[in-house]
Structure formats: C-alpha cells, structure tokens
Design a protein around this ligand. Structure first.
Ligand code: DON
Length: 588
C-alpha cells in the first residue's frame, strides 16, 4: 500500500497495520481514492468568519485544535466559536444543536429529541438517550378506528406528538460535561431566532416541498410563507420571536422552563386542542437516560454506538456480516460489492423490524444480533448470485433530523443526532411557545406490518405503549483505535441514516477515502422491506444488469441521507459535511 491517502485498510490481513495506517501520514491509496485524498492539508479551512480561509471542497475543513461538522455552515461556526471560548466538544455540540435547529427548523428542535454519544478525552464513552416518549394515554390501538388504520394521525397534528426530550437531553449532557454556562451555549440560537437569519438552501427546499401542509398550519405559515401564502425562499430573512422567548426562558431557568409551569401547560393544551394526548404530567415525568453504549470491532477499529431504541446495533450487525470480505478488492461500484452490501443491509433491517424496540419494554437480543458469530452465520446465508424477490416499495423522504460531529483539541468527541421526525414534525406549534412539535409517534409500528412514513415495518417489539420510546434509525457512532477517536459520524434521513453512515464508514475504513470523498461517494440502500435495492444516481448498465440477474429490483434513490463526519488523522482533525443537505464544516 503506497501513496498518500488516509485510512486505507484493504484486507482483513491488514489488521495488524490498522493503527499504523491511521498514524502514518499518506500511508496508502485505495484504488478508488480520488484526488482529494491527496488534498493539500495546508488548505485547511477555519470557518470562523474572522479568520476564514477558502476551502477547495465545500463542507470540508481541517485543523488541529477542533473540528465541527453540521447540517448548516453557520451552526458549525457557532460550535467552533464555543471551542474558541474555552468550551469542550460537548459545549460545541450543544451550541451547534440549538443553532442548527433554528437554521434548519424543519429538521429538529426543542420539540423533538435525540441521541448523543460522548467520548471523554480520558477514553470513557457514554451514551445519552433523549428520545421522545409515548404519552401516558398512548395505547397500541391509538391509530386504529373501527378496524381501520389511520396512519395520517401518527404523522401530522396533535396525535402524532410524543413527549419531547431535546432540552432535557442537552441539559443532561451540559450538566455532566460542559464548561461554559447555559446562556453562553444558547445565546447564538436565541439571537438567530430573535433577530432573524436568511433561509438556507436546505430549509428553502423543505418549505417548497411541504407547501400544502404548511398552508394548512397557520402558525407555521406565518413563519415560512409570505402573506399571499407563497413559500419564502433562500435568502429571505425569517424570525421566530416566540421561540426566541421560550429559548430565553430555558437559558435562564433550565429544563424546568419547558417541562413544568406555563410553557408546559401551553404545550399540553395546544397538543390536546389539535387532537393529541400530551399532558403536563407527561412533560414533568420526562427523563433522559444514560445508557451503556454498544461496543464492537471492525478490522481492528473499536466501534462505539448507541444501543436501542437507536439503530446503532444494526450497523454493528452489518459490519459483522461484511468483516471477512475484502471490500476494497471487490471495488466500490462493482456488482459483487453492491450485491453483498445490499444483502447485508437486508439482514440488518430484517432484524431491526423483528427485534428492535425500547429496551425498557421489550427484550432486544442485542448481544446475539451484534455478535461476530451471528454476523458470520448471516454471511454464510448470503448467496453471491441471487437475492429474494421484493414485494413492496416505499419512498425515502428527507425530513426532520440533523446530525453533528465534533472532536476537540483534547480528544473529546461528540456524535449527536436529533430529530422531530419528518420535515416540520407534526406541523404543529404549541400555542405561543413557538415550539414546533415532533411526530415521533410514527416511529412506532402503529400496527403489525403497516409501514411508517419511511416504509419501515415493525412488530410487537416496537408497538405503542405508554411511556415507551419509539425505535429510531438514528445512530451516532465513534470509531476508535488505541482509545482515541478516529471517526465520529452519524446522519439524518430515516432508515437511510443506517445505510449512509455505514457506507461512509466503509469508504473511510475499507476504501481509504478522505472523509469528504467518503461522504460524497454515491450510495445504495436496501432496507429489506420494502424489498428493493435503491441506488443514488445511475449504475452503469452492465452493473445494473448483473444485479438484476442476481434478483435485485433496482430503483432510484432520490435522496441518500446526509452524513456529518469529523475524523482524526496524523494530528489533523478533518470535518466533512454532507452537501446533499448543504452542510458545513469548521476547524481550527
Ligand atoms: O428516529 C428516527 O428514526 C426518525 N425519527 C428519523 C427521521 C429522519 O431522519 C428524517 N430525516 N432527515
């Protein structure tokens, strides 16, 4: 292995040299490495406005003392500013999260919830679950009336709303790790909401794609549409003064400002007026949970990710299936590789549908599902020449999630994914609080075999019960060698989070790509049900014919998810943000 690439680790025989590859500059070039793997490191961009240096690749920045990747460039800059002010990776993550949820209002917010993985500089990894939770009045037939399934009610309006976890979660992370005070961390987000900001490319797209739903929701229309009901477009300034006031109260009073008292009452009333079941007691009872992270290994790398109700285990399972194959030798766009990847994804997603749910309510056999032996058993079941025929196909919309990755100069790292579920969540703002509420109830299996808005099905393990957390595809991940974070990653895009994050990791770990190139590489997705191998862009005709002959039904993937990465290499920190969602990176 010669050349000047980064993470190339091409065969399982290369395991002993994994660390060396990571530590030695320019150790290898995979056959598929592109020219930016040989990018001049001196061109690192520091995206703080005061000292910005142009970067040759949009969404890529490199530095030595800290790096942030987020789904909006301004949010990444805000995170970096926290590092500049003496904050650590958690400070940066919290400020970035609050800010990105204003800038990309359709993607996340204090009406939603998420997961955060924290790698302390000393090496301990913690997993924080602040997933939304079913209200106490929820029950398994919440969306069934006279035998009919009313799926729309789990997607829009009051009945779609689960108890938000965002503020409680960010506060739990802040209390345990942060250095900077709450008001400092929240100030940039408050200023954006209060003073306004220009609509970015991604938010403009979401407004355009959700016009009729926005027109039907006056409180959202007042923000995102003009007086004539036309969409506000990229560059138009929007302000959210009510949300700014709510954020200001949280900054002053802490999480109780939203979980108890007048804001909680107002949220409960608004949700119930809109046909929902959220009570003030649900809000008062909400608790984030610190969980034991899942730990696996892949080609000598240590992989940490979120346990259920996240889907981190699904990626560990898929990596176990793939771990004995020489993927780089197969070639990133070869039919053999794409077939194997699709088959491995189908195994992972099938187990997700069957077994995964809130571990407080269902016993997820996570040790077995993520064991190397199970992965190898599944690998042996995969035929190289054929797949099973599909029955059904659903769409993979983009929507209401965001991921951000941070590594600071001390080696502390954060992978954080947060959501209100689909774009603009339940399309419901709670009274005068300005809080855009989630539609996370749709992440439950609302009835056996009934697909949710991402086409995902589930069973008993993910059925609705009071106080239960819906299964999530979100899965922040931290890859380490020798106890040090090497790749911090995660994504947005419903089930595409799993496949997109997986392929970005494979791009870095197996194909030796620079993080920006690993993110940019075209992706596939196969979520078992509906059975279809979806591809980003066109495959070349011979590859398409080969995969069809193996039994795959090929479809075009309109959006392949968005992944944000920070990676450490040779003393450098490289932030790379997915341009599929106009993300931004900042490093110093
Ligand atoms: O937790 C989940 O699986 C979904 N609520 C995620 C939705 C999502 O990623 C939409 N994306 N951009």
């Amino acid at each position: 292995m010669t050349g000047s690439g980064g993470w190339c680790l091409r065969t399982s025989r290369a395991l002993p040299i994994a660390l060396a590859v990571l530590l030695v500059a320019g150790a290898c070039t995979a056959p598929n490495a592109t020219k930016s793997s040989r990018r001049d490191k001196r061109s690192a961009s520091v995206a703080l406005e005061s000292e910005a240096v142009a970067t040759p690749t949009p969404g890529r920045a490199e530095g030595r003392r800290g790096a942030v990747a987020a789904e909006h460039p301004r949010a990444a800059e805000i995170g970096l500013a926290m590092l500049e002010q003496g904050g650590n990776a958690v400070d940066a993550a919290i400020a970035t999260a609050y800010a990105v949820c204003i800038l990309n209002t359709s993607s996340c917010g204090i009406g939603g919830g998420g997961f955060m993985l924290v790698n302390e500089a000393g090496g301990t990894v913690s997993a924080l679950d602040y997933r939304e939770t079913a209200p106490a009045l929820a029950h398994r037939d919440l969306y069934r009336r006279n035998g009919e399934i009313l799926a729309e009610l789990s997607r829009r309006g009051g009945r779609a709303v689960a108890v938000p976890g965002e503020v409680a979660g960010l506060e739990a992370a802040r209390e345990r790790y942060a250095r900077l005070p709450r008001d400092v961390l929240m100030a940039p987000a408050i200023a954006l909401a209060r003073d306004g900001f220009p609509i970015g490319v991604h938010l403009a797209k979401e407004i355009g794609q959700n016009l009729s739903a926005l027109r039907a929701a006056p409180a959202l229309a007042a923000i995102f549409l003009d007086d004539a009901g036309n969409p506000r477009v990229a560059g138009d300034t929007i302000r959210m003064p009510a949300l700014a006031a709510t954020l200001e109260r949280i900054a002053n009073e802490g999480a109780d400002a939203i979980y108890r008292g007048s804001i909680a009452i107002e949220l409960g009333v608004a949700v119930r007026d809109a046909g929902g079941i959220l009570s003030t007691a649900d809000l008062a009872n909400y608790q984030p949970r610190w969980r034991q992270p899942l730990r696996g290994s892949y080609r000598g790398f240590e992989i940490f990710t979120m346990p259920p109700p996240s889907s981190g285990g699904v990626v560990l399972e898929i990596l176990n299936v793939l771990s004995r194959d020489d993927l780089a030798a197969l070639g990133a766009r070869s039919p053999a590789y794409l077939h194997l990847l699709a088959e491995a994804m189908q195994h992972g997603f099938a187990d997700r549908a069957r077994w995964y749910g809130d571990p407080q309510f269902t016993s997820v056999p996570i040790d077995r599902l993520t064991s190397p032996a199970y992965g190898q058993m599944l690998r042996e079941r995969i035929r190289d020449d054929a797949t099973s025929p599909p029955e059904r196909y659903g769409s993979n919309p983009d929507g209401g999630t965001t991921h951000l990755s941070v590594i600071d100069g001390d080696g502390m790292a954060v992978a954080c994914t947060t959501t209100i579920n689909t774009a603009f969540g339940a399309m419901l703002i709670g009274g005068n609080t300005g809080v855009l509420l989630n539609n996370e109830m749709d992440d439950f299996a609302i009835a056996p075999g009934v697909p949710n808005s991402f086409g995902l099905i589930g069973g008993e393990a993910n059925s609705i019960a009071p106080g239960k957390r819906p299964l999530s595809s979100m899965m922040p991940v931290i890859v380490r060698t020798d106890g040090h974070p090497r790749v911090v990653a995660g994504g947005s895009g419903g089930p595409l989070i799993i496949s997109a994050t997986l392929q970005t990791l494979l791009g870095i770990l197996d194909f030796g790509l620079d993080p920006a190139d690993a993110i940019a590489a075209p992706r596939i997705h196969d979520q078992w049900a509906p059975p279809a191998l979806t591809t980003e862009g066109d495959l070349d005709p011979a590859t398409a014919a080969d995969l069809t002959a193996r039994g795959h039904t090929l479809r075009r993937l309109p959006f392949a998810g968005a992944v944000q990465v920070v990676a450490a290499r040779d003393g450098s920190l490289i932030a790379a943000a997915d341009q599929r969602k106009s993300g931004g990176a900042a490093a110093r």
